[in-house]
Design a protein around this ligand. Structure first.
Ligand SMILES: NC(=O)c1ccc[n+]([C@@H]2O[C@H](COP(=O)([O-])OP(=O)(O)OC[C@H]3O[C@@H](n4cnc5c(N)ncnc54)[C@H](OP(=O)(O)O)[C@@H]3O)[C@@H](O)[C@H]2O)c1
Length: 181
């Protein structure tokens, strides 16, 4: 991995973001909250990442960021996307900006919802130069009860999807959906 972008990498994905910072040549981590972004910094002495304060609902700022990071750090080869469905324009914009790259690149699409199964299982159409990695967040059934995933389980599942180049990953289970917490 030479140039990775992470959207939504400071919350439940912080573990996966830290792993990427250790394993990719350059990582850009996007979030709105500077303080949360800065929490990723102190553990690393290397300077292979940038913390980008940006609201991905702001299409103009998102487009400018994508063009700038490609200009400075070269073509993107991995995008990790935990983008809420309340921002429907962000993912099409990212796909559109990267579709003209000459190199193949991977789009790791993380999807989770407590109420809408179709929002988790729906796949999207990606450009020809893009390899799609679908990551569906489920829940855990433990005996007669169930619970949502921990941040560690989510981050480890995402790391596994990246490392093993998986086309589809379900973390936990989605079935039976009626057994969700
Ligand atoms: N199946 C499951 O078990 C499951 C599924 C989904 C969620 N969850 C749980 O639900 C919790 C809440 O989910 P969450 O997504 O709110 O938490 P989160 O992963 O902790 O936070 C969302 C991430 O997206 C960023 N973000 C959100 N809106 C943004 C925007 N407009 N522009 C740029 N970045 C943005 C946030 O940074 P900024 O706030 O700094 O922008 C943060 O990095 C999670 O902690 C997780 O444990 C569980």
């Amino acid at each position: 991995m030479t140039h990775a972008l992470v959207f939504g990498g400071t919350g439940m994905l912080a573990g996966a973001t830290k792993w990427l910072i250790e394993n990719a040549e350059h990582v850009s981590v996007v979030g709105r909250n500077k303080y949360k972004l800065e929490q990723l910094r102190p553990e690393y002495t290397n300077n292979n990442f940038q913390l980008v304060t940006l609201d991905y609902k702001d299409s103009k700022a998102l487009r400018e960021f994508l063009q700038q990071t490609i200009r400075v750090y070269g073509p993107v080869d991995l995008v990790v996307s935990w983008i809420h469905s309340t921002s429907p324009d962000a993912i099409p914009l990212i796909l559109g900006e990267l579709q003209h790259q000459k190199n193949p690149w991977r789009f790791i699409h993380i999807k989770g919802s407590s109420h809408n199964l179709s929002g988790i299982t729906n796949e999207i159409t990606v450009p020809n130069n893009c390899v799609y990695g679908d990551v569906q967040l489920g829940f855990k059934i433990e005996g007669s009860t169930s619970r949502w995933l921990t941040h560690e389980e989510i981050s480890n599942g995402v790391i596994s999807a990246i490392r093993h180049n998986k086309r589809k990953t379900v973390i936990g289970t989605l079935h039976p959906w009626s057994k969700r917490p």
